[in-house]
Design a protein. Structure first.
Ligand code: MG
Length: 248
């Protein structure tokens, strides 16, 4: 069931979204060769608590970190730990803040030092696919229009769309209806109406989109070990078009 949000709830979602975006910035600034993913997570954790908020992901389904930190061929759900970031790595940070009863959710793939040009192109394309997905999130369109906007763009460039994991509604719960796949058919799926709040989060691979879950039961990696990128914003659908809630 899709829960539509009131103007008052949207204000609260904007607050949670802003803190989520700031937490993501804190994480991004910490990404450097030589740091561990646990150190990045610790900075994010401390920041969120300092704002009177809670990390949305900590303990969610038993997840042990405040952020998911996924490196190179790790697509999503990387567990922060002793892994040391190397020059040329790409580091996807996915983080949400729970504040005043509502969640925010956002992700960004950062770079550690200089990355290969083809890797940078993957990141640029994934970010652009998110922009296109958001642009399609207008009243009267359907969820399939968002997925199509993402999929048609990245596949035209030869990249893969991960299909096993999808975007979602956001509100008092971190994951609400509807599901928002990064693929779809134009004009199909749930109709988008003002008051819907959704996270759009393309997960795009340089090679095959086939993925598997590591033995830690969390981390999703590409089967062919090609790099993957992940960008996400929480947005509100309004009569005046999409509004990004996860803005610092
Ligand atoms: Mg999400």
């Amino acid at each position: 069931m899709v829960v539509l949000k009131t103007a008052r709830e949207l204000d609260k979602l904007r607050d949670a979204g802003r803190l989520s975006a700031m937490a993501l910035q804190v994480g991004g600034e910490a990404v450097k060769p030589g740091v561990t993913t646990a150190e990045i997570d610790s900075k994010i954790h401390k920041f969120i608590l300092s704002q009177g908020a809670k990390p949305s992901f900590l303990g969610y389904g038993g997840f042990p970190g405040s952020a998911c930190i996924s490196v190179n061929d790790e697509v999503i759900h990387g567990i922060p730990g002793s892994r040391v970031i190397q020059e040329g790595d790409i580091v996807s940070i996915d983080v949400g803040a729970y504040y005043n009863g509502y969640h925010g959710d956002n992700a960004f793939t950062f770079t550690a030092g200089a990355v290969a040009p083809e890797v940078q192109r993957l990141l640029d394309a994934t970010r652009e696919s998110l922009r296109r997905g958001i642009a399609a999130a207008i009243p009267g369109n359907r969820v399939g229009d968002i997925g199509w906007a993402v999929q048609s763009y990245v596949e035209s460039l030869g990249y893969g769309v991960v299909k096993e994991y999808v975007g979602h509604g956001v509100g008092a719960n971190l994951h609400e209806d509807p599901e928002v796949p990064n693929y779809g058919r134009p004009g199909h799926g749930v109709r988008l109406v003002p008051g819907m709040v959704i996270a759009i989060e393309p997960m795009i691979t340089m090679g095959s989109p086939a993925v598997r879950v590591l033995d830690n039961d969390w981390t999703v990696v590409t089967r062919d070990h090609s790099p993957a990128a992940h960008f996400e914003n929480t947005i509100a659908i309004t009569e005046n078009g999409p509004v990004i809630l996860t803005q610092a």
